[in-house]
Design a protein around this ligand. Sequence first.
Ligand code: OGA
Ligand code: MN
Length: 375
Amino acid sequence: MAKMAAYMVESGEDVFRKMFKFYKRRDPPPDLRGVVDFSSEPPADKVAPAHLDAAAVSDEEAARVGLRPVRDWRAFSLQGFPGFIFISNPFLRGSQPFWVRQCLKTYPQKPNVCNLDLHMSACDTQDIWAKSAPVLRSPSSGRNQPKTLLEKLHWVTLGYHYNWDTKTYSADNHTPFPADLHSLSARVASACGFPGFRSEAAILNYYRPDSSLGIHVDESELDHTRPLLSFSFGQSAIFLLGGTRRQDPPTAMLVHSGDVMVMSGQSRLLYHAVPRILPTPRGHGALLEDLRPASPQQAAAMLEPVSEEDWMACSVYIQKSRLNMTVRQVLGAGQSFPVAPPSSVTRTDKSEIGGYHDEDPGKRKRSDSDSANET
Ligand code: OGA
Ligand code: MN
């Protein structure tokens, strides 16, 4: 692999695209030995402990959003990627189900926007959860049944709703950002040295086993000095983090349920992608232990408990799926959107190539249909 990367760097080829295809390939499946796994012993030559500001978040504030005390977090930096922080599942045992339930039941609700809104009536997308959960809970779930709406959900946007066509946010396309997700984000940001983080937009990604997320840079936010926070739940994934150019060879890492990634500083505007979803490795405690709701007494102390009924449907869903929430601050302090939409929607090379949930990483747009991100 190193040889191939070296060759492609030399020849100026799109090495990121090659790596994306390498990890996406199913037959034969790719060799995963070069993939950094922060949950087991990460390679000491590439990974170092990251310093966090443990005093910035009290234990109680952390617990209120389901996080362990910051001093107990296993946080890492990656050599060659200053500003990138990987926090290996900082969630308290039993608290992930709350966030899974928010992603599946709460956040897809109006006024938030989702891919289904693009080709279905408001009435049909009214209550995705109520229409899907009973089917997921039924014993025949998954066997030759038509897909539920929840299984057709690919993305939800919160706050300033991302416009996939213009690749912009705008003042007039905004709904209130969920307070609970802001609290979670602000605490993680504070611990990582970014006090005063404002969660203004989020993209939630819903991945089925064959889904992928195309190569892109998140550059639509107007203030790139603020970090981008990413929270993952459910099945694992390979995440590729590259450079500022497509010729830069990306580093592959495993992302498991509960993991948090922070892209800031020099790593805020790097190419990245998710070529592959992987079943949670066996023997990996995360799904089995952490993804069981805490006892009501324990849960009540921090987050609203997830009912047994809700969890029955959520757990069926995440046995096959991955959820990812990326939270962004769009505007800097005192900044506002330009009055006229930027006339130069002349996009840089980067955003032209950036794509979402595409089979072909060279395609530009994220799909809003089933077919484009599944084989
Ligand atoms: C994104 C993103 C990565 C992931 O939504 O911009 O890069 O891990 N998500 O799903
Ligand atoms: Mn991204």
